[in-house]
Design a protein around this ligand. Sequence first.
Ligand code: FAD
Ligand code: SF4
Length: 507
Amino acid sequence: MTTLVPILGDQLSHTLASLRAVTPAEAVVLMMEVADEATYVPHHPQKIALFFSAMRHFADELREQGWTVDYVRLDDPANTGDFADEVARAAQRHSASRIISVAGGEWRVVDSQQTWAERTRLPLTVLDDDRFLCTIEQFAGWAKGRKRMIMEDFYRIMRRQTGLLMDGDQPVGGQWNYDQENRKSVPKGHRFTPPLRFAPDAITTEVMALVAGRFGNHFGSIDGFSWAVTREQALAALADFITHRLAGFGDYQDAMVTDEDVLNHSLLAPALNLGLLSPLEVCQAAEAAFHAGTAPLNAVEGFIRQILGWREYVRGLYWFAGPDYTARNHLAATRPLPALYWGAPTDLKCLSQAVDATRRNAMAHHIQRLMILGNFAMLVGTDPAEVHRWYLAVYADALEWVEAPNVIGMSQFADGGLMATKPYAAGGAYMNRMSNHCKTCRYDVKQRTGPKACPLNSLYWDFLARHEETLKNNQRLWRMYDGWRRFSAEEQVRIREQAARFLATLA
Ligand SMILES: Cc1cc2nc3c(=O)[nH]c(=O)nc-3n(C[C@H](O)[C@H](O)[C@H](O)COP(=O)(O)OP(=O)(O)OC[C@H]3O[C@@H](n4cnc5c(N)ncnc54)[C@H](O)[C@@H]3O)c2cc1C
Ligand code: SF4
């Protein structure tokens, strides 16, 4: 009686529900490097290497703990490259009598999982993924019937539920949210402490060579790979962040600085999404730093809100919105993704900085993703499905359940406001306030029209004008439309012609 326990690449947690449900004596753990998963979008080479290296390390750890692990490598000639086929082959190899698995993290994987019982003719148990703080059902119960799903409301429920930063029934410090303290610009000459990174060991080096050989044509550099690939390393990265960088997390959370990739961000999303860290332990570590007096409340609350609030919220929304969510296109945008996203040269400094960080690191921080890359794609009218596929491909932490709501909902407003109360649209003034990129850009951020004018300025107004019918009744855009109407008719024409000339260069 052998139980087959397939463990997927984002299920690398020693406390996984399926591992808790069986004993090493009765089970064979199956881990698979399948080509389908590595190529359904052209993932960044660092992302593929991260998954495969972390999987190989996890398999070794399980073996050390006494588990039997059947590990199918990508370069195994018999590897079919497909989850369902590999599960069927392994079920035969081990004469399995049943399969126990934890629910996949996205619709595509769940669809595959649902075929496993029929393919193998074995009883299949799919367990809930209990590594999240809010269940899919709990979120659905909260969301049902709401016109707008305000994250802040959800977050307060989660604070009360977990007791994080709570003083009885009230938030520690008297406020739920300290965001108004978290929009500082970075003083000139400020030095950020670099994050702890990890030199590739023998396993990672082998995987990097495999990935360079098979996927070297994908956008992104494999050089400089230094992600945590084990739980031990992930815990060290967490401790390093809490000790050296959490205290400044709040202050510069929304800042962007030329040639500064990380600032005070944690870089923990890949480890969290693979399952090397649990969201609760990360939040508790931050809370402990506040109680120990080593990090201020604005930083700790801001950081915990990202994980307890945003991360849980987008996961709930992903499942609540259904499998067609990624096809939504509220603004009917149809432009192909501009080539600059795949590294074609651009003289817009803000964009070249964000794309280059993405290429080198398989990472860009939140404000780069939202206000530079997402904003530009939306302003120029890019098809959100193409934007979605790009984000899914290029970031080390990109899993559809977390990527899609952030892209389709938050950054492209393609879900029509299910997630965001207004489009996150911005012109050069925002960029100039929140970054120092404009100082070294060939464009003049203060100009709207003319050969030196910052393209974002005319694109911003053109976006508002183009979508006036759809957006004009949005209360949060009232001031922007008022600004547009204050321009003379001639200036409006000049602005829109300026935008049209720029858009023609993209085609
Ligand atoms: C357009 C767009 C696409 C994104 N795609 C992804 C993605 O594919 N995968 C992903 O994990 N995050 C995504 N995010 C959210 C966020 O940008 C990343 O989690 C963050 O940049 C990761 O870097 P970090 O670990 O240094 O985060 P930090 O700034 O240190 O934040 C701490 C943690 O909070 C969580 N978090 C913060 N913001 C969000 C958010 N909006 N949604 C969910 N979790 C959040 C992450 O787990 C992150 O590790 C996206 C955001 C935008 C605007
Ligand atoms: S001037 Fe415009 S294009 Fe240049 S960095 Fe600033 S916002 Fe970006």
